[in-house]
Design a protein around this ligand. Structure first.
Ligand code: G3H
Ligand code: 13P
Ligand code: NA
Ligand code: ZN
Length: 328
């Protein structure tokens, strides 16, 4: 059944677990997420970015998500708009049937320029007003994602600040977070603690200096009833990097957010954990390996089925690690 984000996160808070929120662009990702959830009895958050809507087109994206709800009627599913940069995008998503939207007012409408507090409150409050009137949940963001070591937002196009950010922009202030939740009425709050989008988060296994799990604890102490959201939370599995590179890829050494650090965050109020890159890596590694080892094969169903299998395994691992297995 289609449910709101608020319903799932309230349950997650009550029972002390976290939910991975996987990005979806196509049939194979959608199948992988749903088959994994079905296998371990986990509730589902699927999210679509503006880039996903551009890639698949709104009707395909909408019906892909509705197909998931129809094919797995026993699993609660949230249809979430990821990183909308304007209230108009949120409104369109609600019209399409999404049950949750993220108004990311941490950046201006161009998705690149850091905004100020008043702008962020203004656009987020506007979305909360019309979304709540429709029973749709709202995620807001305070602080900008970015590397505390380099000040860079990350490699993804369309979802990150341009240029260099300073430390205070990339680390959510607990006091400001409390004011933001009070001023906007959001259902969930994305915070910045040193993660960034894409595969290039950290140049070595992250220490507490560059990945500030301690900041999550401080925010949670200040606003214990607010559901926190971690973006840029792919773990960038070293074994998938190795497979990609073994079969012709060329990805430099890089590190993600260790699963055990996310699990620590879940102890302190993190309820939604955004993951896109890990499924991209598993898909690419599987495809490269398959094509290199089945040189006469040309039926796309063969290699795409293999990618579903690998992405499904990544999803299962996250559902289990975050405590979402058995909660559907
Ligand atoms: O927010 C970041 C997600 O990884 C979406 O990325 O804009 O390339 O679809 P995308
Ligand atoms: P990753 O790039 O770490 O998978 O983050 C995805 C994300 O935050 C989507 O909003
Ligand atoms: Na989101
Ligand atoms: Zn994000």
């Amino acid at each position: 059944a289609l449910v709101s984000l608020r319903q799932l996160l309230d349950h997650a808070a009550e029972f002390g677990y976290g939910l991975p929120a996987f990005n979806v662009n196509n049939l194979e990702q959608m199948r992988a997420i749903m088959e994994a959830a079905d296998a371990v009895d986990a509730p589902v958050i699927v999210q679509a970015s503006a880039g996903a809507r551009k890639y698949a087109g709104a009707p395909f994206l909408r019906h892909l998500m509705l197909a998931a709800v129809e094919a797995f009627p026993h699993i609660p599913v949230v249809m979430h708009q990821d990183h909308a940069t304007t209230p108009d995008i949120c409104q369109r998503s609600i019209q399409l049937g999404f049950s949750s939207v993220m108004m990311d007012g941490s950046l201006k409408g161009d998705g690149k320029t850091p905004s100020d507090y008043d702008y962020n409150v203004d656009v987020t409050r506007t979305v909360v007003r019309f979304a709540h009137a429709c029973g749709v949940s709202v995620e807001g963001e305070i602080g900008c994602l970015g590397s505390l070591a380099t000040g860079k937002a990350g490699e993804e196009d369309g979802v990150g600040a341009e240029g260099t950010l300073d430390h205070s922009q990339m680390l959510t202030d607990p006091e400001e977070a409390a004011h933001f939740v009070r001023d906007t009425g959001v259902d969930a709050l994305a915070i910045a603690i040193g993660t960034s989008h894409g595969a290039y988060k950290f140049s070595s296994k992250p220490t507490g200096e560059v990945l500030r799990i301690d900041r999550i604890k401080e925010i949670h102490e200040r606003i214990p009833n607010t559901h926190l959201v971690m973006h840029g939370s792919s773990s960038v599995p070293q074994d998938w990097l190795a497979i990609i590179n073994q079969y012709g890829g060329d990805i430099p050494e890089t590190y993600g957010v260790p699963v055990e650090e996310i699990v620590e965050g879940i102890k302190y109020g993190v309820r939604k954990v955004n993951i896109d890159t890990d499924l991209r890596l598993a898909c690419t590694g599987t495809l490269r390996r398959f094509l290199a080892t089945h040189r006469a094969e040309f039926d796309p169903r063969k290699y795409l089925a293999d990618t579903v299998q690998s992405m499904r395994d990544v999803c299962i691992a996250r559902y289990e690690a975050f405590g979402a297995a058995g909660q559907a």
